[in-house]
Design a protein around this ligand. Structure first.
Ligand code: FMN
Length: 347
């Protein structure tokens, strides 16, 4: 079983990840982890903090030389903005954020105690751990990529930038839709046998866990509900040198809770960033009097970065179901099991 856990606060000393369950004998390249961290910081519409931070990871355990030992891999990404104990207390919860429910739940009188952890800063170590998983998947020729589909309804890059500039000028924020694609996934990962081992369910949960994501669909997704079955189900073909294949991929590579051999395609909708420079109405949690919501340094739009995080989350899930099927002890044994399976499903 692959397990991932993160620790760390936005302005704490560091973000830390533990990835447990990766096999022994896998080559790890630190620069590939750092490249993914850099990608998470990019995108038009990001805030000031992205200029302060140039995230780099340190590997604390689980690796000797450049090779995994099969023991838990601990990764650390330091916060250059480490000042959690100097920052002022916050009392006006931001609509759309974890602020109010978090303060009520944990009994905090200072909302900073919530937002330090609820911040999307935590996703830096998801990306670091996801980069390790991507390296594993790369050993089997699987690739994951993401792209923006639309921002506030705009699909052309020029129009998207214009819209983000407009939002910046109006002290407002934007969301959008991005797509994640996983290529060269063998058929039969996940299973129809148990609800909680379905690959579509696992992927949906992990993508939905990204802060700000409000909807996830696979393939044609919601649009399937408006069509005749005969016009949307992907017909099955066979060629000797190619094996089974489809000419369409409306299912997004998933049937019966399993990969079907076609690219896995997920689309996610992200709500507009919650911190507004021109804040909405709120209530002071001490006095219960009307007050404007707290203003923090914030992004205007982070859809591109959310796509990079989604790649990492998808990588972790695909890694998990892949190792469920082919074993998890050593790269040698996994490769042997995979070769045997690949020979049989292509026949
Ligand atoms: C990459 C990324 C960057 C984000 N940056 C900010 C930000 O600067 N300010 C903010 O208020 N929310 C930001 N968010 C969104 C909040 O984290 C999110 O709206 C909040 O967690 C509440 O969403 P939820 O209800 O889905 O948890 C960001 C999200 C992501 C994925």
């Amino acid at each position: 079983m692959l397990r991932f856990m993160s620790a760390g606060e936005s302005h704490g000393e560091a973000m830390v990840a533990i990835l447990e369950g990766m096999p022994a004998g896998m080559k790890i390249e630190l620069n590939k982890i750092n490249q993914e961290l850099a990608r998470r910081q990019q995108g038009y519409g990001r805030g000031q903090r992205m200029k302060i931070e140039r995230d780099t990871a340190r590997i604390l355990s689980g690796i000797k030389g450049k090779t995994t030992l099969g023991s838990p891999i601990a990764l650390m990404v330091g916060n250059k903005d480490f000042k959690i104990n100097e920052l002022p207390a916050i009392f006006a919860p931001r609509p759309g954020h974890a602020d109010l429910a978090g303060a009520v739940k944990y009994g905090f009188s200072d909302i900073r105690c919530v937002l330090e952890r609820a911040s999307a800063r935590e996703t830096a170590v998801r990306v670091a751990a996801g980069a390790v998983c991507k390296m594993f998947l790369g050993e089997f020729n699987m690739r994951i990529e993401s792209k923006i589909v639309s921002i506030a309804g705009e699909t052309e890059q020029k129009q998207i930038r214009k819209k983000i500039d407009e939002a910046r000028k109006r002290k407002d924020t934007l969301g959008g839709i991005f797509e994640v694609i996983v290529r060269n996934v063998p058929p039969g990962l996940g299973t129809y046998v148990h609800y909680d081992r379905r690959l579509d369910a696992k992927l949906a949960a992990s993508l939905m866990s990204i802060p700000g994501i409000k909807a996830v669909e696979f393939g044609m997704g919601f649009a399937l509900a408006g069509e005749f079955g005969s016009s949307v189900h992907d017909e099955i073909f066979y060629l000797k040198n190619k094996g089974f294949y489809r000419k369409t991929n409306n299912a997004g590579g998933l049937e019966g809770g399993m990969s079907n051999g076609e690219p896995i395609i997920a689309r996610c909708a992200m709500k507009p960033i919650t911190t507004l420079a021109n804040p909405l109405s709120s209530v002071d949690i001490r006095t219960k009097k009307k007050r404007l919501a707290t203003v923090q340094r914030a992004d205007i739009c982070a859809v591109e970065a959310a796509g990079v995080i989604a790649e990492a989350m998808a990588a972790m899930v695909i890694c998990e179901v892949f190792m469920e099927k082919f074993g998890a002890d050593s790269m040698i044994s996994i490769k042997r099991a995979f070769r045997e399976y690949a020979g049989h499903y292509k026949k």
